[in-house]
Design a protein around this ligand. Sequence first.
Ligand code: G4P
Length: 295
Amino acid sequence: MEEIKSIQWFPGHMTKTKRKIESQLKLIDAVAVLLDARMPYSSCNPDLRSVINNKPRLVVLNKCDMADPTQTKRWLELFRKKGIAAIALDCKTGKGLNAFIPMVKNVLSDRIRAWNEKGMTGRTIKVMVVGIPNVGKSSFINRMSKQNRAKVEDRPGVTRGNQWFTIGKGFDLLDTPGVLWPKFDDPGVGERLAFIGSVKDDILDTEQLSGRLLEYLRDNYAEPLCVRYKLDKDDIKDLQGYEILEMIGRKRGMLISGGEINTERAAATVLDEFRSATLGKLTIDKAEDYPDVRI
Ligand code: G4P
């Protein structure tokens, strides 16, 4: 099945956000880059490095409750090998969140030591949270501020409307001022973001999309795919995605009048079950395919 071509999933461009972030950078000590643990490469904004410049940073792999734990471990190892601090957590159950503040303090250890030497012990640490839409920024900030959204008063030099949140004594988070879009020009990235539902389904051909997903799952996660839809690995090994989709529709009795298979319904089922992790904890961007990842 052919790769889905150039999905125009988000309008606009980066200039405005870039400017807004740049104006806030001097107020913060570090940047927390939220990525989707199921696709740490595809969910990364391509301009991020130039936007956050040389600020200390750490990667937060969110939604790890839905990602393949083996892959999440490999991604963490890869980031660490590259000298980039990284943690995995999920905002659904709160697992892993406790490691966030210690990790930031570790990233900033030299600065904190310097502050202490200057008598600035207990200086508030300020971290900007960035990430593409839907990656879980609000959920993360909500969780970290323990649901009570303690909004910090306007600060000198900070314009009204900035989203500051206190998440602990001497620790503030700043929501991203502006929107960081994912990659526009890479159809592979667009397709993967569509798999997880970051692109509205009504602008997509869902049968084609689920066909592509099924081919990926057949090649990488045949076991959970076959168990879920009662398929035989050998039967699907040479099939096109659309043919696997038809097989699933037939097995599930999804028929329309005349006995034709309702592939649209089958496609919606496959996408839903993948997105809700009913199909299992599955990762789309594999760490071994991105040895040169940079943040
Ligand atoms: P954003 O600010 O970056 O745009 O993302 P937001 O927090 O709004 O989260 C986007 C969706 O992802 C939400 O689902 C949210 O519940 C879900 N989400 C965030 N973090 C996690 C996580 O760690 N695990 C899982 N499984 N889901 C997570 P939604 O369907 O848009 O809304 P709702 O389900 O909260 O009603």
